[in-house]
Structures are given as C-alpha cells and as structure tokens.
Design a binder for this molecule. Structure first.
Ligand code: SAH
Length: 466
C-alpha cells in the first residue's frame, strides 16, 4: 500500500485550489461537500466559480497563486490544466510544507482524492492508486446502489443517541441494539421521517434494557488450511459474533480480518521450534476472558482437533466451568491431497490413512515404523520439515522400499502453494533443496497425480533459490 487512506478533519481549515477550468470545477464540486474554507486562485474563473464566490461558499481571487497564499493551508490542489503552472504551484506547496494534489499527475501528488460514496457522516472512499479508475467507478456505482440514501440520516440520529445507549451494558447487548437499529427498525422507520427514526431508537432501547447479559462462551474453531473460502459457514458466523479472537500463528491475516472490527485479536503463536505462549498461559487467557462474559473464538489452523492440543484446552475450560463448543475445520491433509489430485483413501490402494507428527513434545517423534514401512501405507506427516531425514532413516531401516513415493505439499490452499514429488531415497535432499518456508505436509505413499508438472515446480524452486 503506497497510499494510506485516512479521513482528514478539514472543518474551518483552509484548502487552496489553483485553476478555474473543468478540472478545478470537478475538484470543487467534491470540496464543497466539506466544511473547509476554500480559496480559489484563477485569473479566468468559470462562471460556476463566480457564483460559488457570491454564495459565500468559497473565496475567489482573480490572479495566479503566489507562495504567500499557501501559508496556513491544510491542502493544496493544482488544477490548472497547464503542466508548467501546475509544476510551479506544486513546488510552492512543497516549499510551504503543504500537501499537494496535482490533477492527473499521480507522481507529482502527495495525496490522491478518492472516489467517494457520500452518505455523510458515513463516507466510503475508494482508491486504486491510479491503477484502475474503471474499477473505482464500478465499485462506487455498486455501493451507491447498495447503500440506502437515508443511511446518513440514520447515522446522524444514531450518533446523537449514543449517550443514551450507554445505559445498555457494553458488549453484546449494546451491539445487538445498534444492529437492530441500523439493519431492521431504523430503515423501516426512515420512510416516515425523522421523528419515526427517533421513536424506533427509543423502542429498541427499551426492548434491549430488559435483556440480561450472556455468560462467556468459547468456540474452538478450525480455521482451515489458509484459504478464507475454506472456512465453514459456522466458523464464519462465530468470527462475526466474537468479542475476542485468540489465534495460532498459522491463521492468515485474511481470515483474521473477517472478525468484527471491534473484536480484540490476540496472537498466541506457537512456532515449531521458536518462541511461543506457554500452553498454561493460553488456558488462563481463555478462562479469564470468558469470565468477563466475552464470546471467544479460539481459532486454530486446519481442524482444531488435529495436532492442535485441543483436549488440553478443553480440559482446562471444562474444569473452570466455562461453556464451549467445537467447530471442525478442514485439516491440512485434506487441502494438500486436493492440491496433488489424490484421494486420501482409494479402493485397492489404501483403506487406511495415518496422520503423524514429525515431532512431539520430546523432539523427533517415534512411530510404529514397522507398520509404516509396509508397502501400500499412506500417511500424512504434519510438522515434518525438520524430521525428513529422521523419518527417511527410520523407514529405510525398517525395510521400506527406497522407491516409495512421497509428495511434499507446502502452503496448501494458499496463493504461494507448491507440490513437490519425491521418493523415500531422496526425501531429505529434496526437502532441503525445496527450501520450504511455509507450512508443509508430506504424504508418504502418494505421488502427485500430475507428477511431471510438480517436478517442474521443484526445479523452478531450486533455480530461484540458486
Ligand atoms: N490443526 C492443523 C495442524 C496444526 S500442526 C490442521 O488440522 O491442519 C501445524 C502443521 O500443519 C504444519 O507444520 C504443517 O505440517 C501443517 N499445515 C498447516 N497448514 C498447512 C498448509 N496450508 N499447507 C500444508 N501444511 C499445513
């Protein structure tokens, strides 16, 4: 993001505009919506500007802008439709330390004026950093249709009512009150005007004053392998309703952004071998927050019940008498098998699937190697990147064929995903060569359906790394 969107308080601040033609008019129509003091400098202004001048909406000076005119200005616009004059104005503005926008010249501008959907005080600003004005216009059109014209009126009346709404306990009840107003009773009352909207607010307030606060609740939610579209509808709803989201490191920001804006987002990232929040502290956090009546989402990557220490947390919250629910998610092995075009089980190939971890609390994890070494075994190895050489050695020692196929799937379901074909005999080297930086699952006993394509990927990865 090269341009950071903000809303600037321009009430009673000076905004200076140089120019008097079409470009100036276009900007002034927007600027006239604000409470800023507008000062236009133009030797030959369009008649509309003359009229706005006599209305008292802006001050017009009939000469080119001079450096002194910029003193104390908050923003400046160069809208002369004349490259040399715009450059002169931009230079003066920069010299005076005033942020300047040069119309149709992104590189010379310190800020962009976005496309605006105006339901004052609700304002939507749309920007594409100059990349796609067509897109900005399409989004604006879409929002203009979607947002009711009286939204601004509802918001203004709602804003004046905020102090009264403080009578409601903070949190869920207050939130429910506002959403009932903005999405149900408010729009219904708006057709009958101002007084009806106020009456609707009052009625909503009375209805919600009678409600008692909910007890705290923890939803243990599987966030899936990373692609936000692989969240379940239940997970999505839980995120919508959560006051607090406590998440692991592998949950991507795109999913966290689906939580309510006011929700408190806490990371308790556990990195394979890196720093982490101790499990006891996580348990304490859950219980503490639930005690305040918060609706908590404990968000874990994949399925919460697969290598997620779920039962340790369930034991703790159950012992503390906190209510909870578990919402399953799509585990990494499911996303990874989809990526390589393989089924996790297949008639005549494997009627059993094992889920293994490469390392456990004591370090590299021991397994039933004898069983795993048998031909036809399929196992999904989680957290196995650093265990590749160990797994390879143990399996070969127990008689597994050196030719056993292994597929490595990194970042399954995410944009940077890769699938790499390997064999048991070269597994450790292939994993090292692939230089995996994201989470990866290794499938023992499965080759990618499209092995040629996957092999090309590993070559590209190796070259990029070289
Ligand atoms: N509960 C999670 C697993 C947590 S353990 C689940 O059900 O998926 C963390 C391990 O999961 C990682 O080391 C990696 O082996 C695997 N993993 C998680 N997300 C992954 C992804 N998008 N692609 C590949 N492997 C992933």
């Amino acid at each position: 993001m090269q341009h950071f969107p903000i809303f600037l308080d321009v009430a009673n601040k000076a905004i200076v505009l140089s120019g008097g033609g079409e470009a100036a008019l276009a900007k002034l129509r927007l600027l006239l919506k604000t409470e800023a003091r507008l000062h236009v400098f133009a030797a030959d202004p369009a008649p509309e500007i003359e009229n706005w001048n006599t209305d008292g909406h802006l001050a017009l000076t009939r000469r080119p802008l001079a450096a002194d005119d910029l003193v104390g200005a908050t923003l400046a616009y160069a809208a002369n439709e004349d490259t040399a004059e715009d450059a002169r104005v931009a230079d003066m503005a920069r010299g005076a330390g005033v942020l300047v926008n040069v119309v149709d010249n992104l590189d010379a501008s310190a800020f962009i004026t976005p496309a605006i959907v105006d339901r004052d005080p609700v304002t939507v600003a749309i920007g594409t950093e100059g990349a796609a004005p067509v897109l900005a216009r399409a989004i604006k059109r879409d929002l203009e249709e979607r947002l009711p014209q009286n939204l601004g009126l509802l918001a203004r009346i709602g804003k004046a009512f905020r102090a009264r709404a403080d009578a409601l306990p903070m949190g869920r009840i207050r939130r429910d009150f506002w959403s009932a107003f903005y999405f149900t009773s408010g729009p219904r009352a708006a057709v009958s005007g101002h007084a009806a909207i106020e009456a609707a607010l009052e009625a909503e307030l009375q209805a919600h004053l009678g409600k008692s606060a909910q007890p705290g609740h923890i939803a243990f939610v599987g966030a899936g392998p990373g692609d936000p579209e692989l969240l379940t509808l239940k997970a999505r709803r839980a995120l919508d309703e959560a006051d607090i989201v406590i998440h692991d490191r592998l949950v991507p920001v795109e999913i966290l952004e689906l939580a309510r804006r006011e929700a408190l987002i806490l990371s308790v990232g556990k990195e394979g071998f890196g720093p982490s929040t101790p499990q006891d502290r996580i348990n304490e956090l859950l219980i503490e927050h639930a005690g305040t009546g918060a609706q908590i989402v404990r968000l874990k990557s994949g399925d919460a019940a697969v290598f997620g220490r779920l039962e340790e947390e369930l034991d703790a919250v159950e012992a503390a008498g906190v209510s909870y629910s578990v919402i399953p998610g799509i585990t990494a092995a499911s996303a990874a098998s989809a990526q390589i075009g393989r089924s996790l089980t297949a008639r005549g190939r494997n009627s059993e699937l094992r889920l293994l971890t490469g390392h456990d609390m004591d370090g590299l994890a021991e397994q039933d190697w004898q069983a795993l070494a048998r031909p036809g075994t399929v196992a999904a190895i989680y957290m196995g990147k650093r265990a590749a050489r160990f797994v390879q050695g143990r399996l070969l020692m127990h008689g597994a064929s050196a030719d056993t196929p292994v597929s490595i799937v990194e970042n399954a379901s995410r944009p940077q995903s890769r699938s790499l074909p390997s064999r048991l005999c070269t597994l450790a080297e292939d994993v090292a060569r692939a230089d995996l930086s994201g989470p990866a699952v290794m499938f023992l006993g499965l080759s990618p359906r499209d092995a040629a394509n996957a092999a090309a990927q590993i070559d590209i990865a190796a070259k990029e790394h070289a």
